[in-house]
Ligand binder design. Structure first.
Ligand SMILES: [Zn+2]
Length: 205
């Protein structure tokens, strides 16, 4: 029997991942990416968001965890409400108002000496020890920071182009940052996670 590990809140389970077909459709004199059976709730600020189910509270239905995949909806909720990526509870330190944030180089782009963008949600103080022990991705090069604020700046997305020989959209670029004001990329983007910019970052030794 493998040792018991807690599955982090942001991690997806097999049956949450959906493969609903996407296509380009005419919209406001251009083509935009859409799910074949589209719903208004598919878009966030004009960008199509990847559909997933949220079955975390239904152990009998959710299937095995997929440790390398994020559940887009739970990741989004973590960023909107600054919830811990491991336990899903508020991550902000109530005494100081600061937010602890564990970051690896692969999920962080510095924008100044004490700010930068990431799609990794915060980690509450209670979960930091756990995260360092249990998460393979955090063991090597994770650096702990405290952060004074986090502002939503855009998404990580896959960018598609219309297919030349079929209706099937073609993946052009994987996992690129698309800012909320980079409107010319919005119609071809499928967002898989929300990106925030962290401010007032201080490293914790
Ligand atoms: Zn936590």
């Amino acid at each position: 029997m493998s040792g018991y590990i807690t599955v982090p809140y942001v991690i997806a389970y097999a049956n949450e991942l959906l493969q609903d077909p996407i296509q380009f459709e005419p919209h406001a004199h251009e083509l935009r990416l859409a799910y074949s059976q589209c719903r208004r709730s598919d878009w966030v600020h004009g960008i199509l968001r990847a559909r997933v189910r949220d079955l975390r509270d239904r152990p009998g239905k959710r299937g095995p965890e997929r440790m390398r995949k994020l559940n887009t909806r739970r990741q989004w909720r973590c960023m909107d409400k600054l919830l811990c990526q491991v336990c899903g509870k508020p991550a902000t330190d109530l005494e100081t108002g600061h937010i602890p944030w564990l970051l690896t180089e692969t999920v962080f782009d510095a924008t100044s000496e004490d700010s930068g963008r990431t799609n990794a949600p915060p980690t509450c103080w209670n979960c930091i020890a756990y995260a360092r022990e249990e998460c393979p991705m955090l063991q090597n090069d994770a650096a702990l920071h405290i952060v004074t604020s986090a502002v939503s700046v855009g998404v990580l997305a896959d960018l598609y182009e219309p297919g030349v020989f079929s209706e099937q959209p073609v993946l052009a670029r994987h996992n690129v940052f698309v800012a909320w004001d980079a409107h010319r990329y919005h119609a071809s983007a499928l967002a898989t996670s929300q990106v925030v910019e962290l401010h007032g970052m201080t490293p914790v030794p």
